[in-house]
Design a protein around this ligand. Structure first.
Ligand code: FDA
Length: 304
């Protein structure tokens, strides 16, 4: 049953018509538990609140299904506006983005042009940009683009997914660039020809890459709500006397807030991923797919 629901939410998240419809009707079905509103103003309010709780943030202006150059330019402009708003408000947040929203599926050149504009603006504000990793189809090109940008910029990082078979090799290659990586388990529906189908194998690989990247001496953002992985990271850090400046924990907005608070209390750096914008549907569906128990929130909100 859980697998059926997971597949259903993953497919719905990719459905263009459902996404368009959702955009038209605004944040619904309890999505505001996971998305910090539709406007930059509401996003900055959420950042202020999280900062006051001792957490830092990464803001993501949600944008999926970008098919035209105009839409890609609009999306890049929103990223720049977000960086400006962070600087103006004087809050502690960097930016996360998806390269498909910057025109990656239209042309690599368009995406590169947009990435450079965003990274230049981030540099101006002394800020940092993290490239989210999307589905397997975009994995190689994302790594290639990251490598190219990394030669020109030191304020850019990438995400790497533990569920892919290729991940340990990717981390070994990225070590040559001292890549700043966010390590995640992986959120998309992938073929068993490229990704571990079993959760236990994903978890095992996740531990391996956490250790690998930390021991390589590179900045590591461990993005998980899984307490076993959090405890594992702490044990590697303590065993190898890895300084606090070399790693952080990251969690999603609205998820496992009590764990976030506990880590802050322990003096560890916690960054909350805060998505905002009108294009909330795909993101919301991926969160439901990760934990079908979240459907309860949807049902409760439907009944209201
Ligand atoms: P796991 O799925 O094993 O969950 C462990 C526990 O966490 C669950 O038992 C539950 O208690 C809680 N939990 C997890 N997900 C929940 C949810 N949706 N609602 C409520 N509770 C939940 N993926 C990707 O492919 N590309 C990317 O760029 C990113 N970026 C990213 C940034 C950040 C900051 C985070 C935290 C995650 C991502 N992800 C991602 C998503 C990631 O790949 C993964 O799907 C989720 O983090 C869920 O996996 P966990 O590591 O939390 O473990």
């Amino acid at each position: 049953m859980e697998l059926i629901m997971r597949n259903m939410f993953q497919s719905l998240g990719k459905n263009t018509s459902a996404n368009k419809l959702a955009k038209k009707y605004g944040l619904r079905f309890g999505a505001s538990r996971f998305v910090a509103g539709e406007s930059i103003k509401s996003a900055i309010e959420a950042v202020k609140r999280l900062n006051s709780e001792g957490k830092v943030v990464t803001l993501d202006h949600l944008g999926e299904f970008v098919y035209t150059e105009e839409e890609a330019l609009e999306s890049a402009a929103m990223c720049i506006q977000t960086l400006d708003a962070i600087s103006e408000a004087g809050v502690n947040s960097n930016l996360s983005l998806k390269m498909t929203s910057l025109g990656l599926d239209i042309s690599r050149e368009l995406c590169m042009k947009n990435m450079r504009k965003i990274l230049d603006r981030a540099k101006l504000h002394n800020n940092f940009v993290r490239i989210d990793m999307e589905d397997y189809e975009h994995c190689q090109i994302s790594i290639d683009i990251y490598k190219e940008l990394r030669k020109e910029y030191d304020n850019v990082g990438l995400v790497i997914q533990a569920y892919l078979f290729r991940t340990q090799q990717d981390i070994a290659h990225l070590n040559k660039l001292n890549a700043n990586l966010r390590l995640v388990k992986g959120a998309y529906k992938e073929s068993p020809s490229v990704a571990f189908p079993e959760k236990k194998d994903v978890d095992e690989n996740y531990k391996k890459i956490i250790r690998q990247h930390l021991l390589n001496g590179n900045y590591t953002a461990v993005a998980t709500h899984d307490e076993t992985m959090i405890e594992y990271t702490k044990s590697v850090v303590s065993e190898h006397q890895i300084p606090k400046e070399q790693f952080e924990f990251q969690m999603l907005y609205g998820i496992c807030e009590e764990i976030q608070a506990r880590l802050v209390k322990e003096g560890l750096k916690v960054r909350v991923y805060v998505p905002y914008g009108v294009d909330w549907f795909g993101y919301f569906m991926r969160r439901l797919a990760e934990r079908p128990a979240n459907v309860w929130f949807v049902l409760k909100n439907l009944l209201k």
